[in-house]
Design a protein around this ligand. Structure first.
Ligand SMILES: NC(=O)c1ccc[n+]([C@@H]2O[C@H](COP(=O)([O-])OP(=O)(O)OC[C@H]3O[C@@H](n4cnc5c(N)ncnc54)[C@H](OP(=O)(O)O)[C@@H]3O)[C@@H](O)[C@H]2O)c1
Length: 263
């Protein structure tokens, strides 16, 4: 049986490592993250199960790090891209160090686009390919005033961009053999956010997220929210709201509330 080569970013822990362990049965792997020691340890574990594993240490918050990974993707042979690396940077915007904004948005939003752009030509030429991008349920949370949610302007900016990018890309690639999925987990019990998820009773396991995503591929899901029971109804409602905004607002005349007398 031919083994597909999967490149996974953020493979040194959490959800990325869970994808790697699930896929190692019938995939070879390229593992990407900054902590080379963690990647090497996982490569050794998965190599002993029969997978050929490359380790590619890279900081995806930098142009050089992105270039190292896009170079590997452009070299071809990668049939599955899982763009999972991310960081929260949870903080009120006014407390964010301005120098941290670009690396955070680069890691969470720019890198996934660059990686897909690099992977696509070879996938289209090969006549097959799978692209998974890990976003978050928080991508849908811009309007939420729930006080339990973290301060998250930069994170939402990036993950909403990733969500919109991947959903739009799915439409663009609908007539091709390349499958696209964006994964939107809720709280997951990983090292994320200083391991906060480990003490939250409703946190999902990283293995649960990765296995839902892979099962969702078989179901043809473009959006995978691993804990959401009635996903079709929620996405239909979202599509209807989006259509109402885009179609309803795209007119030459001002809405009536802007033309009446001012209070
Ligand atoms: N945990 C949650 O509650 C939750 C919920 C929704 C969505 N997510 C998403 O799930 C994805 C994985 O997170 P996780 O929960 O598995 O957390 P995690 O265990 O902290 O894993 C994050 C991964 O991203 C890598 N990473 C971080 N900064 C990087 C950088 N600058 N360059 C390259 N790699 C970098 C880390 O590796 P190195 O430190 O070795 O670089 C690590 O492998 C993230 O995109 C996150 O937004 C998580």
């Amino acid at each position: 049986m031919t083994r597909t080569l999967a490149l996974i970013t953020g493979a040194s822990s959490g959800i990325g490592a869970a994808y790697a362990r699930l896929l190692a049965e019938d995939h070879d792997l390229v593992l990407v993250a900054r902590r080379a020691d963690r990647l090497s340890g996982l490569a050794e574990e998965l190599g002993s199960r029969g997978a050929a594993v490359e380790v590619l240490p890279a900081d995806l918050g930098t142009r050089d790090g992105i270039a190292a990974v896009t170079g590997r993707l452009a070299a071809g042979g990668v049939g599955m891209l899982i763009s999972n690396a991310g960081a929260g940077g949870y903080s009120p915007l006014v407390d964010v160090d301005p120098d941290d904004i670009e690396p955070l948005l680069t890691l969470n939003a720019v890198a996934p686009v660059q990686l897909v752009r690099a992977a696509l030509p070879a996938m289209l030429a090969a006549g097959e390919g799978t692209i998974i991008t890990v976003a978050s349920l928080l991508a849908f949370s811009a309007g939420s005033m729930d006080p339990r949610a973290p301060r998250r302007t930069l994170y939402v900016a990036a993950k909403a961009a990733t969500l919109g990018f991947t959903r739009t890309l799915a439409g663009e690639l609908a007539d091709t053999p390349v499958r696209v999925q964006v994964v939107c987990p809720g709280v997951v019990a990983t090292d994320w956010n200083s391991g906060a998820g480990h003490s939250i009773p409703w946190a999902m396991s990283p293995e649960g997220v990765a296995s839902a995503s892979l099962a969702g591929l078989s179901l043809g899901e473009t959006v995978c929210a691993p804990g959401l029971e009635d996903q079709d109804a929620a996405l239909d409602a979202l599509l209807a709201a989006e259509a109402a905004l885009v179609t309803g607002g795209n007119r030459p005349t001002l809405a009536a509330r802007y033309t009446g007398p001012r209070a």
